[in-house]
Design a protein around this ligand. Structure first.
Ligand SMILES: NC(=O)c1ccc[n+]([C@@H]2O[C@H](COP(=O)([O-])OP(=O)(O)OC[C@H]3O[C@@H](n4cnc5c(N)ncnc54)[C@H](OP(=O)(O)O)[C@@H]3O)[C@@H](O)[C@H]2O)c1
Length: 302
């Protein structure tokens, strides 16, 4: 595993996304939730993953509970990130929801508490102060945002009066936009971009067509014109993967985490997927390969 050191933390460049845990959106079923998901958490930590990402919204708290239970007898040093659903992102609501998440996770303090997305009806100052209050009350060590533009991220930080360590956004070869603005900002200022849906929910993981489910319909990754035609990206991925004896998913993740201050949090259905994704941290691409992937990604989304 490779790590980035930011704000005194050691963050694995490959983390574990857990929207899949206990959530009907992915339809992985009860055996996955009760048996596979805890195995994924423990195996991830064994392999050196520190970042485990969840949210109160995933399965209505089920994901946080599964992660919490699995962490109790897990090895390693987890860095647990969860998220506030911003129905009413004011201080009292945020503090109460953070306390509930902390309890479900069974941790003394949440490592990173993120605002899941901006609430357009509540002033940014109110939302920034609400997130700051969670840190000041000792419930979270760091605060972050998700699905925020660069200007909104900066505005939240001004309002919070403290660092908003990270911005978790959709970032992959099928949706590379954040590379142009959020990543340079993070690199210059010691912040972190957390890439969600880093495999574009399977679209850039292999040549197989991802099985439809509610999560995939929700993100519209498979049908949104904004993601254009990813066949060009897949062609480049296929060639580079074959040159390295790696999978397309591994090359897609390696490209992402070759950018400074970027970590990726792929979800996994199986232990094999998890292990392959973690191994992507060790895969080094040549500069020419990274450039070819970037070019194909931006051409597809132009
Ligand atoms: N902040 C937000 O708004 C937000 C939004 C979305 C996600 N997230 C976070 O980001 C995490 C990851 O995003 P995501 O789950 O949407 O998408 P993703 O990580 O791009 O895709 C995960 C899916 O891809 C397939 N897969 C995983 N590893 C693979 C491999 N090595 N080879 C082939 N297929 C593989 C699996 O599906 P199949 O096996 O079923 O094909 C898996 O469920 C989530 O779990 C969540 O924690 C956050």
């Amino acid at each position: 595993m490779r790590y980035i050191e930011v704000a005194g933390e050691r963050l694995s460049v490959i983390g574990l996304g857990t929207w899949q845990f206990g959530s009907g959106d992915w339809g992985y079923g009860p055996d996955y939730a009760s048996r596979i998901a805890p195995m994924l958490v423990r195996r991830a930590l064994e392999l050196g993953v520190t970042v485990v990402d969840t949210a109160e919204a995933y399965g209505n708290g089920a994901s946080e509970r599964i992660v919490g239970a699995a962490l109790r007898d897990a090895p390693g040093e987890p860095f647990v990130a969860t998220k506030l659903t911003p129905i009413l992102p004011v201080t009292s609501w945020a503090v109460r929801h953070a306390a509930n998440s902390r309890e479900r996770l069974g941790v003394p303090v949440i490592d990173l508490y993120q605002l899941h997305f901006p609430n357009p009806l509540v002033p940014v100052g109110t939302q920034g102060r609400a997130m700051a209050a969670v840190a000041e009350s000792g419930l979270a060590r760091h605060i972050g945002v998700s699905n925020h533009s660069l200007s909104r991220w900066k505005a939240m930080e001004r309002a919070a009066g403290r660092p908003i360590l990270s911005n978790q956004v959709q970032l992959s070869l099928a949706a590379p936009g954040a590379i142009r603005d959020l990543v340079p900002f993070a690199t210059d200022t010691g912040h972190v971009v957390i890439a969600y849906s880093p495999l574009a929910q399977g679209l850039v993981a292999s040549d197989a067509v991802p099985r439809p489910n509610r999560a995939r319909q929700m993100r519209r990754l498979l049908r949104s014109p904004q993601h254009g035609d990813t066949e060009g990206v897949r062609t480049v991925l296929r060639d580079i993967a074959s040159a390295h004896g790696a999978t397309m998913a591994q090359v897609a993740l390696s490209w992402l985490v070759s950018h400074p201050n970027v970590i990726a949090i792929p979800g996994a259905r199986t232990l094999e997927q998890l292990e392959a994704n973690v191994a992507a941290a060790e895969l080094e691409l040549a500069a020419s390969e990274r450039d070819a992937l970037s070019e194909a990604a931006f051409a597809a989304t132009a």
